[in-house]
Design a protein around this ligand. Sequence first.
Ligand code: 6PG
Length: 251
Amino acid sequence: MTALHIQVLADLEAVSTRGAEEFLGCAQEAIAQRGRFLVALTGGSTPRRLYQMLAEDPLRTQLDWGRVQFFWGDERCVPPDHADSNYRMAHEALLSQLSIGPEQVHRMEGERPDLDQSARDYQNTLARVFGVASEGEPPAFDLILLGMGSDGHTASLFPHTQALHEKDRWVVANEVPQHSTHRLTMTYPLLNRGRQVLFMVTGAQKSSTLREVLEGPSDPERLPSQRLQPTQGKLTWLVDTAAAAELSRRS
Ligand code: 6PG
């Protein structure tokens, strides 16, 4: 059973500060032990402040960014310069501020007409960078950042969608009828191999869903975030007091 750590912090700024500490600690340990840090970034609005903090002194100077490989947990089906692009948000808030090369940044190509091929190509990129077979067991990210929607989705694993049932592929195209769109997303087999999985959830609008996900009965078809149970890694939830308002326990 995954060791579950829930930290309740005052607000988004405090969650972002704590998240930046976790990011740097995880990165420094990975680089010390394995010479590099492989991270899957999340999209949405919550992580923007965390990315900005990492891009600013003093935190920016605390990591050898040249040893980091950046991936994304999911992407919208838009070009990389689109306002909705998860890549664009991370590029603006963090990557553009760092002295890194293009070979360190692995964008999901959500703009391609053949999304299934784009997902397959991303899996091949993952295999190449991690140095593993592209059809075998998923590789283990050092850190996977995730958010949670008020519907209980994470990455682009939305309630009652096909990607929830993927058992072999690491990345798939997922039809999301509730938003009349398709997404590219990492799947549970890859996400649950993470050495550390870090959720950041803030805002009162998520309080009832967070209680259901963390304390309610198992219902991962309706609450996909519930199935983030890293097989060997550490699972941490950084939540603010507004999102935690309905939780009965802290751990
Ligand atoms: C995305 C994210 C998604 C996000 C949640 C929470 O592409 O939108 O990957 O899973 O983490 O929707 O989004 P907010 O941080 O904006 O609440």
